[in-house]
Design a protein around this ligand. Structure first.
Ligand SMILES: [Zn+2]
Ligand SMILES: [Zn+2]
Length: 304
């Protein structure tokens, strides 16, 4: 796999300074709010002055110039509009990452703690949704969710935001892409006995996903890599299941402990079972699937 470490990405002082200013951020916001109907919206100089509350047109021209020099904003026949780069700044601001995030919960969900069978509570703090088992006193999952993804006054939207985030991240990570920075993600297998103490892990070997650019990481059992594999999606679809409608932490298929067939090279067989049927995928440590086998009512039929 080619390493793409994002070495060509430079931190540019002037680019940061251009948006590190209240008036200019308000300009970006105003132009961002003009984006509608599937197109970049345009605002006139005078409209922008009113929007950001400036009465001095010289000051206004100065601020617009700063944004234009950094290619956040461009001039058109009708006025000013954001460039893609400017729209990215607007999106980042709107995502709430820069805001003080609300703290919400804990409140009980329908999700169950696999280890003890008691309901999980979820709580939002520090821009993460945490799944907590009050009975066992443990945090089962901690999922980064942007403050924009839910409505703090409607708690059910938080659980939905967590579910969407988990699937989106699953899809991009298994495609080798970082959801957060767009960098290349590499994978590495860890034996359950490698880190000592955790030899009895029910998940079998763990996959470590690491982004080469921003160093975002995620660890999961190998089964995680197969939930959205076309063969598993089709297996579910044939049984009237849409796996994406379920919570990734509580998928509609049973996943017994994966079978390690070889460690050098890695070959790990993961079975996804539903009622009397099952499908087994064999992964290597690049998450390439080497074989797919389905068992219907106990009889196996290899597909690849
Ligand atoms: Zn528990
Ligand atoms: Zn990244």
């Amino acid at each position: 796999m080619t390493r793409q470490g994002g070495d060509h990405i430079e931190l540019d002082d002037d680019a940061l300074k251009a948006v590190a200013n209240g008036t200019r951020l308000r300009l970006v916001e105003s132009l961002g709010e003009a984006v509608e109907g599937g197109g970049y919206g345009t605002r006139r100089f005078s409209e922008l002055m009113t929007e950001v509350g400036l009465s001095d047109s010289g000051r206004m021209a100065y601020h617009l110039d700063k944004l234009r020099k950094q290619a956040y904003v461009e001039r058109t026949d009708d006025g000013y509009r954001l460039t893609l780069r400017g729209l990215r700044i607007y999106q980042f601001v709107r995502s709430g990452v820069l805001s003080r995030s609300p703290e919400v919960g804990p409140f009980e969900t329908d999700l169950l703690h696999e280890a003890c069978g008691n309901p999980l509570s979820i709580r939002y703090e520090n821009q993460r949704v945490c799944g907590i088992c009050e009975t066992c006193g443990v945090t089962v999952e901690s999922v980064p969710v942007r403050p924009s993804s839910f409505d703090p006054d409607r708690l059910e939207t938080l659980e939905r935001a967590m579910q969407r985030q988990l699937w989106a991240e699953n899809f991009t990570l298994t495609q080798g892409c970082c959801l957060h920075c767009g960098g290349t993600v590499e994978t590495d297998f860890r034996s359950p006995h490698e880190d000592g103490g955790d030899g009895a892990s029910v998940d079998g070997p763990q996959v470590l996903f690491v982004c080469n650019v921003c160093h975002w990481f995620h660890t999961a059992g190998v089964a995680y890599a197969g939930y959205l594999h076309p063969a598993v999606v089709a297996f579910c679809h044939e049984r009237d299941l849409d796996i994406r409608e379920h919570h990734l932490l509580d998928p509609p298929v049973d996943v017994p402990r994966p079978e390690v067939r070889s460690e050098d090279p890695w070959r790990v067989a993961v079975t996804y079972a539903y009622e009397n049927d099952a499908i087994t995928l064999t992964f290597d440590d690049d998450l390439t699937v080497h074989s797919v086998t389905t068992q219907q009512g106990g009889a196996a039929s290899p597909q690849a």
